[in-house]
Design a protein around this ligand. Structure first.
Ligand code: GUN
Length: 296
């Protein structure tokens, strides 16, 4: 049997309809949400992601402030820009696209953003709030996007064994934390496996739900998957492809064709988790705007 596809484009469109309603509500009060997107350098994949974020802002009539800094930009330049955006009342969210070039101390940059505008949920204050189950911060875009995908697809997580593959600060760690929350749409038993895990395939095989976020093309193969498991693929990897005009194709962290023969439900790449990340980013920007105007 072939797995049912979890359509991230369709589900993100649903979230973005709610986002559009909230923007309209704010507009009726003469308030426009604003998001500052900062790209340092010319990483081609980052350029694509930043363009997608700016485009979604335009569609939702959220003001975008798009800043591109030279790949040799200094920490001082970047920190000065963030300081200005921190004070700008028209800016409710600030994000610096990751990964920045090596001269940039990413953690220091993140901590220079005021927590109230940290719509990525990368700041220690917001990560702490999230871990405590508080809702007065933000939810991390990709992990929360996965939670929404599961909920809106009618996939229960309570009491299920979820195996998160990867322990990054952006996805693996916050994903593990969200799945653990005492909440009817979480309440999972969670195992987080990574590069130092000894018996990784054996542990993944025990999962009812697998979340792959390791950044290794087609790492998860059918032999690691229990029959009927749900597979969420967070990876977006460029691999060489001579038959494509661009010279590359996008593949996930999951070997889709063979895993789809064993899973009950699976997300495609592209069109799975990717659009959800942006929908949550927009949701966080609107929430930030509402909180800054004491509307939440
Ligand atoms: N790079 C990959 N994912 C993300 C994200 O969600 N936010 C930012 N700022 N950079 C990223």
């Amino acid at each position: 049997m072939t797995a049912q596809i979890i359509d991230g484009k369709m589900i993100s469109a649903e979230v973005n309809r709610e986002n559009a309603e909230n923007v309209a509500l704010l507009k009726s009060k003469n308030i426009t949400p604003g998001l500052a997107v900062i790209l340092v350098g010319d990483n081609p994949a980052s350029q694509v992601y930043v363009r997608a974020k700016v485009k979604k802002c335009e569609e939702l009539e959220i003001t975008s402030f798009h800043h591109v800094l030279d790949k040799d930009a200094t920490m001082d330049e970047l920190l000065a820009l963030i300081e200005r955006l921190n004070k700008d009342e028209n800016v409710h969210g600030i994000l610096v696209q990751s990964p920045p070039p090596p001269q940039i101390d990413e953690q220091k940059v993140i901590e220079s953003i005021v927590p109230e505008k940290d719509v990525d949920c990368f700041h220690a204050v917001n990560v702490g709030k999230m871990l405590l189950g508080r809702t007065d911060g933000f939810f991390p875009c990709t992990p929360y996007g996965v939670m929404i995908l599961l909920e809106k697809s009618g996939i229960e997580t309570a009491g299920k064994h979820v195996v998160v593959i990867g322990r990054s600060n952006i996805v693996g760690k916050p994903m593990t934390a969200l799945m653990l929350q005492k909440n009817p749409h979480a309440n999972a038993t969670v195992t987080c496996v990574h590069s130092m895990t000894k018996n990784l395939p054996e542990l993944v095989r025990q999962a009812d739900i697998v979340v792959a976020a390791i950044g290794k093309p087609e790492f998860v193969t059918a032999d690691m998957i229990k029959e009927g498991a749900v597979v969420i693929d967070v990876g977006i990897n460029r691999v060489p492809d001579a038959s494509s005009p661009k010279g590359y194709k996008l593949v996930g962290d999951v070997k889709y064709d063979e895993v789809a023969q064993k899973a009950s439900k699976i997300t495609p790449v592209p069109g799975g988790v990717g659009p959800m990340t942006i929908a949550v980013l927009m949701q966080n920007t609107i929430k930030s705007c509402m909180m800054q105007h004491n509307l939440l």
